[in-house]
Design a protein around this ligand. Structure first.
Ligand SMILES: Nc1ncnc2c1ncn2[C@@H]1O[C@H](COP(=O)(O)OP(=O)(O)OP(=O)(O)O)[C@@H](O)[C@H]1O
Length: 986
């Protein structure tokens, strides 16, 4: 509230007070200063010219709060108290107050007034809580009567000096005070904002003047006051008008700024929207472009890979095609050469077959020349027991090389025997097998062969056939030779060789390789000239090591169940059957031949052995089987139609390999001892009989089933040849197709290259578009930044303008409020004065008849009383005016106490409302709520609405003459103007 007042004063700098005039006042300031320095309290003598003193005080204060023109011509006595207010700074020289404050009065300090007041009273100064604004002065022992009170004080924390000038004190001058009989005058400050520091108190005795002069002066003073108030009202009206105009202009400016701000905000918002849309578009384009770029890159990479692969395939196909094309003549040549070679080969094959046939024929002729049953005689050396026993050799080997031997009998008689070969005891296993080896070739050529050893027990049959581990016999060597020749013929023959090991004991066949040996085996004829034993184990062997294992297994099985191995072996036939299946790879001829290697049981005469029981039976069975063998041989020799093979198991087993179309080799084993002479002769005779058998040419054992198989294979081969020819044709067609495909791929490759070039062009275009988009994004970003900066600057400007406008609005509102309040007070005051004048006039009119009827002495007290009362009223009204006109600075109340003047400062509420304002019709601007303070949006809208409805008509009504431009109701304006005119004329 204080700020509003100050600002309103600032807007009216022309408001001034008369210059001080020291000379006219007659006040000795130098004396006062000196007194002040000495005693701090200066008493001033009564001055007859108190009016000039009052003027002086007004001039000194420089404050408009002092009622100017106040005079008291009746003043006969004056008491002035100058109180030094220590905190004061030296006053300006032009202020009229020349004394300095040297000492600060603390609370409770008192000072006497006896020596300054000529009637013996004193003044006490009570400094109370100046900072709270509540303190009072008490002056005692004043003579009862009427006084004028002048008061100098300073509000140190109240910036009123910006209005009244620096260090100029406020002043209350000419307040009329009636002192009662107690002689006490109390000055009380209450509710003052700021820290009042009293610099001077002046109590003057009110002059006793005549009632008429008083009335005249009072009226003149009132008229002057009224004129001043008129002037002031005029000025204030102008101020209000100017404030209103400035406020309206500010409002319009604010509206414009607001409109501009709205436009800018809208433009900024639309620009932001546009920018955001463009940024979104650019973002979408960028993302699409990046996505397209990635997909294009992937597609291009895959196309490049495909093109590379196709190039590679194309080059390879081209190369292959060229190679094929180049190789076609060579291929033809090669085909021709191969055909030639095949023809040559066929010729060679034919020749080879012819040669083979010739060789076989020759071989067979040789064999036949040698005999199909060949007999080799082998004699063992004398054993140690025989040598120890003194046995002599009865064998003469002188012609052994020619296959002849002689038996010495009866000392000198020689009986010659001729065989195919005679082996002396000195001949070893190698010599024996060398003659048997050609039989192996015959077996592999497809002929059945039987090699057996015959002889007395202990003559070396087993030794010749099996041999020992270090000195292998015919069996092992035969098989070894068999595999050797078979391996040599791998290019022309394939052989399938299997081995079976049998034992014939007591006319029973026993499979020595079978697990279950008790099984009874029988001989059956599978096809013409081929016998076999169903269920017999045929162990396939592929090398000599396997053969040896099989032979060992057979030997082991032979030993089982026999207490005496040697005896058992002597009484059983051990038969080794080697089955050879041959396939001529050139002619396709298949043969299945047998090789029997038989270690016969010992042949001995029963009489000699003189055996009984089982042993006899065994011997009989052996003799039976051996005689059956002899019978077969005899039949063969006699070329009998019936060959008794089935008389024994031995001959039955050897049926297809003994005689007829087979080749037979017999080792007749003899003992050189003279003690075995008869057995030797028997064996030699049997051998001689066997040797006499002519079996005729051997027949090749052709396997017809194999032939059939070969025929089917041939058909298959022909079919395969045909299919191969067809596949060759297909391959040629494929070659042609590949060439055509290669040409097509060439075309695709060219097309792909064109596509790649096109895609590269599109990629470059997309890249340039992307660059342009990025540039646009950058440009738009910069523009956006600039717009944002301009928006922020505009926002800042708007904020500043808002603040300024708010301040101006607040100032204008405050000034309007103050002016309205002042106008209201002035109107009240004028109304009150009008009433007082009316009452005065009434009293005068009433007093005139009384004056004429009543003596002067009796009327005088009444007139004085009336005058006194009128003066009181005037003083009260003046005080009221002074109080209201002083903007709450000083209030003098008459009703508080008869001898007490209470100086108060009127409080103004912070929101602009004036306390004790009973005029409900008065227009008070709507206070700005705390919530609306400081906001920008509310004041421009709210303030003009209030001002248009309330402030303007009031201002117009308050300036009826000066401002005729203001728009208002003409009738109401005329009425108001008339009433005002009446009021002012009064
Ligand atoms: N040519 C030979 N040189 C050296 N020793 C031999 C010869 N022939 C046989 N013997 C020896 O004579 C003995 C009898 O031989 P072997 O057992 O082979 O006769 P065997 O005719 O098989 O008899 P068995 O009919 O009883 O089986 C053996 O110890 C053997 O080593």
């Amino acid at each position: 509230m204080e700020n509003y007042e100050l600002n309103s004063f600032q807007q009216k700098p022309e408001f001034h007070f008369p210059e001080p005039s020291v000379s006219s006042s007659g006040f000795d300031w130098e004396k006062a200063k000196n007194l002040n320095q000495e005693t701090e309290v200066l008493a001033m003598e009564e001055d007859e010219n108190e009016e000039s003193l009052a003027d002086l005080m007004v001039c000194d204060s420089g404050s408009r709060l002092v009622p100017s023109g106040f005079t008291n011509p009746c003043c006969t006595e004056e008491i002035v108290l100058f109180v030094n207010a220590g905190a004061m700074t030296p006053m300006e020289s032009d202020s009229g107050v020349k004394f300095l404050a040297d000492k600060f009065f603390e609370g409770g300090d008192t000072f006497q007034t006896e020596e300054f007041i000529n009637d013996g009273g004193h003044c006490s100064f009570i400094y109370q809580s100046a900072r709270l604004g509540n303190f009072c002065y008490r002056i005692d022992n004043l003579p009862p009567g009427d006084y004028f009170l002048d008061l100098h004080f300073i509000l140190s924390d109240f910036d009123i000096f910006s209005i009244v000038g620096s260090n100029k004190p406020l002043q209350l001058v000419g307040a009329r005070v009636a002192i009662k009989d107690d002689g006490i005058l109390v000055l009380r400050f209450e509710g003052i904002l700021g820290s009042p520091v009293v610099s001077g108190i002046c109590v003057r005795r009110a002059p006793k003047t005549s009632e008429k002069v008083l009335r005249t002066k009072s009226i003149a003073k009132y008229e002057k006051n009224i004129q001043d108030l008129k002037d002031m009202l005029e000025r204030k009206t102008d101020e209000c008008y100017q404030s209103w105009m400035s406020w309206t202009a500010a409002n319009e400016q604010l509206e414009k700024v607001r409109m501009e701000l709205d436009n800018k905000t809208f433009r900024t918002y639309s620009l932001d929207q546009t920018l955001e849309k463009q940024a979104d578009k650019i973002r979408d384009i960028s993302s699409k472009y990046e996505h397209d770029q990635k997909s294009w890159k992937v597609a291009i990479n895959s196309l490049e890979q495909k093109v590379k692969v196709m190039k590679r395939e194309h080059s390879q196909l081209s190369r292959e095609a060229h190679e094929c094309v180049d190789s076609i003549p060579d291929l033809h040549k090669m085909v021709f050469a191969v055909q030639t070679l095949v023809e040559q080969c066929e010729d060679l094959k034919v020749k080879y077959n012819e040669e083979q046939i010739k060789r076989r024929k020759l071989h067979n002729q040789v064999q036949e020349a040698k005999g199909n049953i060949r007999v080799f005689c082998r004699c063992r050396p004398l054993s140690k027991p025989e040598t120890i026993a003194g046995c002599a050799s009865v064998i003469d080997f002188d012609a052994a090389k020619d296959g002849e031997l002689c038996i010495l009998s009866n000392g000198s008689t020689k009986r010659p025997f001729k065989f195919d070969r005679v082996y002396t005891p000195k001949d070893d296993q190698v010599d024996v097998f060398a003659d048997a080896a050609p039989m192996v070739v015959s077996v592999l050529d497809g002929y059945n062969v039987c090699i057996f050893a015959y002889g007395q027990t202990g003559t070396g049959k087993t030794f010749t056939m099996e041999g020992t581990e270090t000195n292998r016999g015919v069996n092992y060597r035969t098989l070894e030779e068999l595999f050797k020749i078979a391996n040599e013929r791998t290019e022309t023959y394939t052989y399938n060789i299997s081995v079976s090991v049998l034992e014939v004991y007591n006319e029973q066949i026993r499979d020595l390789l079978a697990i279950e040996t008790s099984k009874k085996l029988e001989i059956k004829q599978a096809s013409e000239g081929f016998h076999h034993i169903p269920g017999i184990v045929e162990a396939k062997v592929e090398n000599i090591r396997q053969v040896w294992n099989v032979l060992q297994a057979g030997s082991s099985a032979r030993a089982v169940g026999s207490n005496n191995v040697n005896e058992h072996s002597s009484r059983s036939h051990c038969m080794l059957c080697i089955m050879v299946r041959a396939n001529n790879l050139i002619t396709g001829e298949c043969t299945k031949s047998k090789l029997w290697l038989v270690d016969l049981a010992g042949s001995e005469r029963l009489a000699k052995t003189d055996v009984q029981g089982d042993r006899l039976k065994e011997a009989q069975n052996i003799n039976r089987s051996l005689s059956a063998l002899g019978d077969v041989i005899s039949a063969l020799a006699n070329k009998s139609s019936h060959i008794p093979y089935r008389n024994s198991k031995l001959t039955h087993l050897l049926q297809d390999s003994l005689g007829g179309d087979s080749k037979t080799l017999m080792f007749v084993q003899i003992s050189p001892s003279d003690q075995d002479l008869s057995e030797t002769l028997s064996s030699l005779n049997f051998a001689t009989r066997v040797r006499g058998v002519e079996l005729g040419p051997a027949r090749k054992q052709i396997d017809t089933s194999e032939l059939q198989k070969m025929k089917t294979m041939l058909d298959k081969a022909k079919q395969e040849s045909r299919s191969k020819d067809e596949s060759l044709k297909k391959l040629e067609e494929n070659l042609h197709n590949l060439e055509s495909k290669a040409k097509g791929k060439d075309q695709v490759y060219k097309n792909q290259l064109d596509k790649i070039k096109e895609l590269e062009g599109q990629l470059e275009l997309k890249t340039s578009l992307h660059c342009q988009s990025e540039k646009q994004v950058l440009h738009l970003s910069e523009r956006l930044k600039g717009k944002e900066e301009s928006c922020s600057r505009l926002q800042q400007k708007v904020n500043d303008l808002e603040n300024k406008l708010r301040e101006q609005i607040q100032q204008s509102e405050s000034s309007t409020l103050i002016l309205q309040h002042k106008i209201k007070e002035l109107e009240d005051k004028v109304r009150e004065q009008e009433k007082q004048l009316a009452s005065t006039m009434t009293l005068e009119s009433a007093a005139n008849p009384l004056k004429s009827s009543t003596p002067v002495e009796s009327k005088r007290p009444i007139r004085e009383e009336i005058t006194h009362e009128a003066e009181h009223r005037i003083l009260r009204s003046l005080n009221s005016v002074n109080r209201r006109g002083s903007q709450g600075s000083v209030l003098v109340k008459e009703n508080d106490a008869p001898h007490e003047v209470v100086v108060r400062k009127k409080r103004l509420s912070r929101n602009g409302e004036v306390e004790n304002n009973n005029n409900n019709n008065s227009v008070v601007p709507t206070p700005v709520s705390d919530n609306n303070k400081g906001r920008f949006s509310d004041p421009p809208k709210h303030v003009p609405r209030v001002s248009r409805t309330t402030a303007k008509p009031i201002i117009a009504s308050q300036r009826p003459v000066a401002r005729s431009k203001t728009s208002r109701d003409p009738v109401q304006g005329i009425k108001e103007r008339d009433s005002k005119k009446r009021m002012w004329t009064r």
